[in-house]
Write a protein that binds this ligand. Structure first.
Ligand SMILES: Nc1ncnc2c1ncn2[C@@H]1O[C@H](COP(=O)(O)OP(=O)(O)OP(=O)(O)O)[C@@H](O)[C@H]1O
Length: 251
């Protein structure tokens, strides 16, 4: 049974405009690392929010482990599908309050050694747990929100440009972390990025969105070796025209 089956999702911003998403259909048969690429304003974040059930489509359905979205309660869905937004929301209180919230909600034991290890994995071992979370930098908030969501142990992790505020070293740590979540916990990662090199290096599959449609749904090797559309050709050219240690932005 598919981890996730996306069946003809459509979404318009208003009834008079073109569709932001048009019959987006895809299936994730087994846990995978997927990157959503596309120019700005093509609906990548909207698609991610719909998958997280933070927004509703106009039509279409999402099947999680074979069960249609409406047959899951929103809270059950959020346990299985974690979401980390572009500008993560910090809960009121300290770093520790933000970390403990998941075990409080689920009445589970808070394993501080495990949490310390996770923080260290993403380069946040120096963080003062008593600091007000609202005072953290953008990159610290992104990584704290990532760890807070990982503590839910979701089957699917939705990430919206979570390395956008990070330097190269922290980005590499988060990339390694994402990979370990996938390989060690069999987690499916669906990540929006403008960093083409990141998608190429650690992605197992690319969804390329353009004008509301999924114009490529393939593995990075195929996409970069034999792109099928003009857009994917230009994406590939950008990727190879820059040196490998540069952050690459696909506009
Ligand atoms: N609720 C909304 N009301 C009005 N416009 C919206 C709404 N949600 C999204 N949009 C518009 O839809 C378009 C797509 O937004 P979205 O954030 O999904 O794009 P994106 O591909 O993630 O862009 P970026 O790469 O710049 O983050 C944008 O023009 C955005 O302003």
């Amino acid at each position: 049974m598919a981890v996730l089956y996306v069946d003809q999702l459509s979404k318009s911003i208003s009834s008079n405009t073109l569709k932001l998403l048009s019959n987006v259909t895809t299936s994730i048969e087994k846990p995978a690392i997927i990157f959503i690429l596309g120019a700005s304003g093509q609906g990548k974040s909207t698609l991610l929010r719909i998958l997280g059930r933070l927004e509703s489509p106009d039509s279409g359905h999402i099947y999680l482990h074979g069960k249609m979205e409406k047959d899951w309660s929103p809270s059950e869905w959020r346990m299985k599908v974690g979401y980390v937004g572009q500008q993560p929301v910090m809960l009121p209180g300290t770093v520790e309050d933000n970390l403990r919230i998941v075990s409080r909600l689920h009445r589970s034991t808070f394993n501080s050694m495990y949490v310390k290890q996770l923080l260290s994995d993403v380069g946040l071992s120096y963080l003062d747990w008593n600091k007000q979370a609202s005072l953290l930098s953008g990159g610290e908030k992104q990584r704290l929100a990532l760890i807070r969501t990982i503590l839910l142990n979701p089957d699917i992790l939705l990430l919206d440009e979570v390395t956008s505020s990070l330097d190269i070293h922290s980005t590499q740590l988060v990339e390694e972390f994402i990979k370990s979540c996938h390989y060690e916990k069999e987690m499916t990662i669906i990540s929006v990025t403008h960093n083409v090199k990141q998608a190429q290096n650690i992605g197992q599959r690319i969804w390329l969105l353009s004008e509301g449609r999924l114009i490529e749904d393939t593995d990075p090797q195929s996409l970069f070796k034999s792109p099928e559309t003009d857009l994917s050709k230009s994406l590939m050219q950008q990727s190879f025209s820059k040196s490998s240690n540069q952050i690459e932005v696909f506009v």
